[in-house]
Design a protein around this ligand. Structure first.
Ligand code: ADP
Ligand code: AMP
Length: 239
């Protein structure tokens, strides 16, 4: 079993366009450091599936590749981050995605989250995952996932051992209904228009750590782990 590192890690923010590999790396970070992955896309999809009030509001917006309104997503994130399992740290995958969400998150971490912890304040590490555009398209059109355990595959790059079947639990893999070419284009446009400013927001604060996410999964993980460890060591030295 992989080594689990038990020191406080704090918030890890993964930024990058759809298909950059945020979910794939978030699962590996979660396993290595024992902190939860908070994927706003996964939480929203779960709400759509369960037919909750939030799911009903989000369903058609997600189907066309637009962003769900900030107030709905921020309320949902606040609820999740108040869970006890987030005290040592958490990985934000797919959030913040607008400048308003980034501002909201800073205020939330400053005013609320760390006041309740035993370790004082800690700035998030913000990792930007850079991937070539054509590679993104292949990653998105080839993505398959397990509806039971959430494991992510790719028909081109990480195929399951048996076609269309999860290696872990044998479930039939599914294709997300927003991984169709017309919707992919909308999602990439939403990223350029609404999420690029988030990248700039953190860049201006000197908090952005770029990672070459065009490399194979293990090599991307190596870079990500190295950055997280040097950030959490530096934070421990300051406290
Ligand atoms: P995101 O969460 O950023 O949308 P995912 O983690 O779901 O991205 O990855 C998108 C697709 O790309 C998946 O099919 C995944 O298996 C594949 N993938 C992720 N990282 C890599 C990588 N470094 N090299 C090749 N394929 C990758
Ligand atoms: P993802 O799984 O991150 O690719 O997200 C899938 C979809 O969920 C997006 O295309 C949006 O419609 C919605 N979504 C996820 N996260 C957010 C967010 N932070 N803000 C607004 N909409 C979101």
């Amino acid at each position: 079993m992989a080594e689990v590192i038990s020191r406080n890690i704090g918030p890890v923010i993964l930024l990058g366009p759809p298909g950059a590999g945020k979910g794939t790396q978030a699962k590996r970070i979660a396993e290595r450091y024992g902190i939860p992955q908070v994927s706003t896309g996964d939480i929203l999809r779960e709400n759509v599936q369960r037919g909750t009030e939030l799911g009903v509001q989000a369903r058609s917006i997600m189907a066309r590749g637009d962003l769900v309104p900030d107030y709905l997503v921020c309320d949902m994130v606040a609820l999740r981050l108040r869970n006890a399992d987030c005290q040592r740290g958490f990985i934000l995958d797919g959030f913040p995605r607008t400048a308003a969400q980034a501002g909201w998150l800073d205020a939330f971490l400053e005013n609320e989250f760390f006041d309740n912890s035993h370790r004082g304040k800690c700035l998030p590490i913000v990792i930007r995952m850079d991937v070539d555009y054509n590679q993104l398209l292949l990653r998105l059109t080839g993505r398959r996932s397990c509806p039971t355990c959430g494991r992510i595959y790719n028909v081109h790059f990480q195929p399951p051992r048996v076609a269309n079947t999860c290696d872990v639990d044998g479930s039939q893999l599914v294709t997300r209904n927003d991984d169709r070419e017309d919707v992919i284009r909308e999602r990439l446009t939403a990223y350029e228009l609404q999420t690029r400013p988030v990248v700039e927001y953190y860049e201006q604060k000197g908090r952005l750590v770029p990672v070459n996410a065009d490399l194979p999964v293990d090599e991307v993980s190596e870079q990500v782990f190295r950055e997280i460890e040097s950030h959490s060591t530096a934070a421990a030295g300051r406290s």
